[in-house]
Every structure is written in C-alpha cells, then in structure tokens.
Design a protein around this ligand. Structure first.
Ligand code: CMP
Length: 139
C-alpha cells in the first residue's frame, strides 16, 4: 500500500549541511519527497509535537534540541513508507544502527540522531497535519 510518512531532518544534520545528502539517500531508496520545508520551530511547538514523550526523562532536552536550530520537515511517499523509512533511518541510538542507515552514517548520539520518522499510520497522519496543510502536499 502506498503510504505517507513524516520525516524531520534534525538540527544536528541541518547545522552540518547534510540536508542534500540525506535527501539524496531518501530519493535513491525510492521515496518521493512530496512536501518539504526548512523551518525553525518554537519550544512550545516541539513540546506539542513530542507530547507522547512528556513523561520521559529526556523530554525537556529533546524539545530544547528540536527547537534550537532549523529543521527540515518533509512528507515521504512510498509503498510501505512508514516501516521502510524506519529501516532506512536505522535504530534510534546510532550505536545500534545498522551499516548504511542514515543514523549510522550521520547521527552523533541518541539525542542528536539526525532524523525522525513516524512510527505508525495514526502517528504519520497526526505528524503530517502538524506541519503541512493539504495544499502544501503535491504528489
Ligand atoms: P525520535 O525518533 O525523534 O523520537 C524521540 C526522540 O527522543 C528520539 O528520536 C531520540 O532522538 C530522543 N531520545 C533521547 N533519549 C532517548 C532514549 N533514551 N530513548 C529513546 N529516544 C530518546
């Protein structure tokens, strides 16, 4: 089934000028980037976006980090996109990420792990509408 997933290229990656390289990896893996924008999100927006993690010890630092410098948010389209993008990103903690994955190649730590991807269809729908209106998504 053709799916959409929400991807974020995080501040550690935008800071190191890795947006183009990561886009290239994504497109080479057969995803279509059907929406994309570089934005600076507020701390309040980051807290809302990651509210599911509000009880976790890393929540405050995570939200501060995501709102610290620009991010690139994007909608990716592909057959089975949600699971396939999680495979392409690699494990959350880069020390556990498989060779060739985005996080293995670029992530600095579990906090600064270069990319985010939705983890389920419901999450993808919520996360895509968090950042994009319908007119901004052009397949
Ligand atoms: P992400 O996929 O964006 O979802 C939540 C983020 O929390 C995760 O990537 C990590 O960057 C960050 N994080 C920080 N510490 C942890 C942890 N111990 N376990 C899981 N995620 C963590």
């Amino acid at each position: 089934m053709i799916e959409w997933t929400l991807s974020i290229i995080k501040p550690d990656a935008t800071r190191r000028n890795l947006t183009g390289e990561i886009d290239n990896i994504i497109e080479s893996a057969g995803f279509r980037i059907i929406a994309q924008k570089r934005i600076l999100i507020s701390l309040e927006q980051a807290k809302k976006f990651y509210e599911i993690h509000a009880s976790k010890p890393f929540y405050d630092d995570l939200c501060k980090f995501l709102s610290s410098e620009p991010v690139v948010v994007q909608v990716l389209e592909k057959e089975n996109a949600i699971e396939e993008y999680r495979q392409l990103m690699g494990a959350t903690n880069p020390t556990n990420a498989a060779e060739g994955t985005i996080r293995k190649r670029f992530a600095i730590s579990v906090d600064q792990n270069s990319v985010h991807g939705s983890d389920a269809p419901e999450t993808a729908a919520r996360e895509i509408s968090f950042f994009f209106s319908n007119v901004e998504i052009v397949g």
